[in-house]
Design a protein around this ligand. Structure first.
Ligand SMILES: [Fe+2]
Length: 218
């Protein structure tokens, strides 16, 4: 059985200062031996279907800033599984819309000089991990868990963090939303400045198939 640290959406370079030391401390506290990043590693604010902020310095500057973050994170977590997020996929999606097959696009590890395992989902000790697209309602991971009939850990919904259980005579399954690690004051996050619900800064841990949520003090 594994001791899994689950890192929330980081949206490099729009990651919150202090999120890396926070998740490292959680890893130490729970003695985690397996690392899962729940996706949206990078933001790709400039490579998007949406309008970019007029003060944003541009796609290459964004890449260089994201690389500064990635250097620190890969030093801390040289091995981890990344659940591809919708923001990670933006380059491929736009290329696909232009009729360019994936074959012609560089891999994430080539682009970011990482040695991480990039996956759409994975299962560890019977618990399913994926980025979280398609989840809905106040408790997206829980709703997905009920729909799928398995325990689910997800990110994607930055303002959702929590654990809900469904227990029947036949089984006990949970849904955990792990929150995220984004800086809501960053230009790339400006779209949410009028939302009443703000990002919850937290990460998850799953020990022997049982979930825990840790909130960062901010
Ligand atoms: Fe995200």
């Amino acid at each position: 059985m594994s001791r899994v640290l689950v890192i929330g959406d980081t949206h490099f370079p729009a990651v919150l200062d202090g999120y890396l030391p926070f998740v490292k401390a959680v890893k130490r506290e729970y003695k985690c031996d397996t690392i899962v990043h729940i996706g949206d590693v990078v933001d790709h604010h400039c490579i998007s279907f949406h309008n970019k902020h007029p003060e944003h310095p541009g796609a290459m500057a964004e890449y260089q800033q994201a690389m500064e973050c990635i250097k620190e994170w890969k030093a801390a977590f040289p091995k981890m599984r990344v659940m591809e997020g919708n923001h990670d996929k933006r380059v491929r999606r736009l290329a696909g819309d232009a009729g360019i097959p994936d074959f012609y696009i560089r891999t994430y590890n080539e682009i970011y000089k990482t040695n991480w395992e990039w996956l759409t989902s994975c299962s560890i000790d019977g618990v399913s991990y994926y980025h979280g697209e398609g989840g809905n309602g106040l408790y997206p991971a829980y709703n997905s868990a009920k729909a799928m009939g398995v325990s689910i850990v997800a990110g994607h919904h930055h303002s959702c963090a929590g654990i809900n259980w469904q227990v029947s005579p036949m089984h006990a399954i949970f849904g955990m939303n792990v929150g995220c690690g984004v800086d809501r004051r960053h230009l790339a996050m400006k779209y949410g400045e009028d939302n009443l619900k703000k990002p919850v800064i937290s990460c998850g841990v799953v020990l022997n198939g049982k979930p825990y949520l840790e909130m960062m003090d901010i």
